[in-house]
Ligand binder design. Structure first.
Ligand SMILES: Nc1ncnc2c1ncn2[C@@H]1O[C@H](COP(=O)(O)OP(=O)(O)OP(=O)(O)O)[C@@H](O)[C@H]1O
Ligand SMILES: [Mg+2]
Length: 298
């Protein structure tokens, strides 16, 4: 099945890759693209730095769902709120729930329990996509800007590990549901972002291997972002031009490496002389859209 068709089918798409390669920008670009192709898309950010609203040119979400354009939404999520929500649902008596949540042991538990944050993030995405949260717009697909902490694949494997380790109770139940969802190759997908440089490419390849080993599945798409354009031709060779040329050559050799080692579809996007914000996302988005359509025809 062509990559576009696959992306249009998914209810959850996790955008991952090494820190700083452009995951947040690509989450914005992909969400925008899917929304413009008729999917009600929500981009979900868990980064407390809150970058996405700037990239999309809207006010900060502050936890609420913000409409970016028709059928396109943004939310910044505090995983802690999701954990609190599960506790509140479990402990029906509000006063007791509040007391539990105020207790220092609870804080330590939430911060220390391995996998709990991951379950909270994915559990929220799952409930959004299933329309299980009251007062939220109808969403077809959640595009998750995965946190850059640890290895990207941990986000996906944590729920299964958690469910197996705990076995029982509300968190284990949520973990089990999330784990099934993540393992379902129709419901969810992974998009890997990289730059054409040694370390990010290494991490992208490792991510692909880990996905194959643990889930028996391939990422939907690789995006090679921030590629240097060829350096301007000239007689004088100043230091900056030489540096630029070296970056360009480095990019070229890493793209060759990807040609050899990455079997799935790939979209290449240039480094643009635009300083962030909605203008950058629009310019990258237009390139991404035509590349996606071309992949379709290829
Ligand atoms: N193709 C591009 N051309 C120009 N600037 C870009 C491009 N892609 C991303 N950027 C810029 O590079 C910076 C890093 O991008 P972004 O924040 O999306 O990376 P990230 O992978 O989300 O980083 P982190 O791991 O810290 O969350 C941002 O300032 C963004 O605007
Ligand atoms: Mg980011």
């Amino acid at each position: 099945m062509p990559v576009l068709e696959r992306l249009l089918q998914r209810r959850l798409i996790v955008v991952t890759g090494k820190g700083g390669v452009g995951k947040s920008a690509m989450t914005s670009v992909l969400g925008r693209s899917l929304a413009r192709r008729g999917r009600r898309a929500l981009v979900l950010e868990v980064d407390p730095r809150e970058n996405l609203h700037q990239m999309l040119g809207v006010a900060p979400s502050g936890g609420a769902i913000v409409e970016v354009e028709p059928n396109f939404y943004l939310q910044n999520l505090k995983p802690r709120h999701v954990v609190d929500w599960v506790v509140e649902k479990q402990v029906r008596i509000k006063m007791i729930a509040k007391r539990v949540m105020r207790s220092p042991i609870y804080h330590r538990f939430v911060e220390g329990a391995p996998g709990l944050t991951e379950i909270a993030i994915l559990g929220h995405a799952l409930r959004l996509a299933r329309g299980e949260l009251s007062g939220t717009p109808d969403i077809d697909v959640v595009v998750l800007d995965a946190p850059a902490t640890g290895h990207g694949v941990y986000l996906l494997t944590a729920p299964r590990l958690f469910a197996e380790a705990i076995g029982d109770g509300p968190f284990a139940q949520l973990a089990g549901e999330v784990a099934d969802y993540v393992a379902d190759p129709v419901a969810s997908g992974v998009v890997v972002v990289t730059q054409a440089e040694e370390m990010p490419v290494q991490e992208a390849l490792e991510l692909r291997r880990a996905l194959a080993e643990r889930f028996g599945r391939e990422p939907e798409l690789l995006i090679a972002n921030g590629l240097y354009p060829p350096a301007p031709e000239g007689d004088g060779e100043d230091e900056l031009t030489a540096l630029w040329r070296r970056r360009y050559q480095l990019n070229a050799s890493q793209l060759e490496r990807l040609d050899r080692q990455w079997a799935g579809p790939r979209i290449d996007l240039p480094l643009l002389p635009i300083d962030g914000g909605a203008e950058l996302v629009a310019a990258l988005g237009d390139r991404f859209d035509s590349a996606l359509t071309n992949l379709e025809e290829a």
